[in-house]
Design a protein around this ligand. Structure first.
Ligand SMILES: [Zn+2]
Length: 142
């Protein structure tokens, strides 16, 4: 699983180096708001943790698939050489492929949960206060 941000300047996705399983974990590492430089256009912008998305990591899938197939092949070859017939290689190799596939795909934990943007809430409160103030002003004139 890789964490990516959609760049505000060039609208391309770029990876961030932070490793976090959930958005809460990421907030503890980077804070709610943080600055990141886009790898494509090199523009530094401020982002919120809700701007971060988890993407399935295809490298993890490919590596685990190669290792899994390698183990199936080696164990089967070894067992064959000993005159044995075994499914052990198939089971172990299959488990590694499955685990790698799940690790590479498990983006739901991250993407499902979003936090409230505290700054937006604060701005909403300010706007409401201003409206109240203006209303009060009009009433005063009338
Ligand atoms: Zn960019």
């Amino acid at each position: 699983m890789a964490l990516v941000i959609n760049c505000n300047a060039c609208h391309k996705k770029f990876k961030i180096p932070e490793k976090a399983a959930t958005r809460i974990d990421l907030e503890q590492i980077s804070g709610e708001y943080f600055r990141k430089t886009c790898l494509h256009c090199c523009v530094e912008k401020e982002y919120h943790i809700n701007d971060v998305e988890a993407e399935a990591d295809h490298t993890a899938k490919i590596i685990s698939a190669s290792v899994g197939i390698g183990i199936i092949f080696l164990v089967t070859l070894f067992a064959w050489g000993k005159g044995l017939v075994t499914n052990a290689g198939l089971v172990i190799g299959g488990a590694i492929i499955a685990a790698g596939w799940m690790a590479g795909s498990s983006t739901d934990n991250f993407n499902q949960y979003k936090t409230n943007r505290s700054r937006d809430v604060e701005r909403d409160r300010q706007i409401r206060e201003e409206m109240k103030y203006r209303k009060g002003d009009t009433n005063f004139e009338v």
